[in-house]
Design a protein around this ligand. Sequence first.
Ligand code: GYE
Length: 331
Amino acid sequence: MHVSRRKLFAVVAAAGLATSGLAACGDGTQDDEAGGAAGDTIVLGFAQVGAESGWRTANTKSIQDSAKAAGIDLKFSDAQQKQENQIKNIRSYITQKVDVIAFSPVVESGWEPVLREAKEAGIPVVLTDRAIDSPDTSLYVTFLGSDFIEEGKRAANWLVQEYQGKNETVNIVELQGTTGSAPAIDRKEGFAQGIAANPNFKIIASQTGEFTRAKGKEVMQAFLQSNPDIDVLYAHNDDMALGAIQAIEEAGKKPGVDIKIISIDGVKDAFQAMVDGKINVVVECNPLLGPQLMDVVKKVVAGETVEKRILTEEGVFTQDQAAAALPNRQY
Ligand code: GYE
């Protein structure tokens, strides 16, 4: 009997079996042709969040480059930070009968219906970069990405060290990422946990800057107008921090000195800002998920087991390390 990759996945998944190498022999059935590629070529549908940040640009490039290198036929879409678009794009991959769907969920909630459709069609789904909040973990094969709570804690740890032994109030403003997204929720929470033990740390304003430079600048301008006494900016990503730097300079203050800046991601522009003394610390979040994603996709198609959670490894960089690290930054 001829069994397509998708049906095989459904069978393996339903039986809860981990079968190695079973589907390694591509079958070249019509189902495969329907995926848009002939024979053994794996077709991957990737529903990207958007192009909101330097991190995202690097992430997209990594996925495109590594699909090419792995000989995987990539169907790519950009949802412009809108969940409705992303759902539409995922549905279109289901209709096209791709072999695997991967996506970076713009927000955490509201994915069950479309992921159930994928499951019923026997198409495995891989979450990359951002998680969903559904308790039904059978809706996806694995989640590949960073630990955003840990990143928030690392950001807070730097602050705790910086003010160690000083008994003064520290007024913090926070630029949050996209409302409802895993990195915005978790980076907020991790940071709050990290500063909780010391009541001197006060978050006096916290608002979304949607992970973009333009919005980061706009919200920082508003923060500066209503709060004359800001000591620290905690930005959930570099782009918002870079936008905020402009607002701070336009207000006649020195970023990195008058207002200390903590950021997350670690794109080159943020390293340059550290070298220039304008950002104090960057918690790294690695966007180069492409190679790991292609490995996972190949394994899933081959019927091999993959870990339910694949973590990426990341560091923390301060101004004194920035100049040495800058030439080697890949994004
Ligand atoms: O930090 C931000 C991007 O989901 C980790 O999304 C990602 C975040 C990243 O827009 O720059």
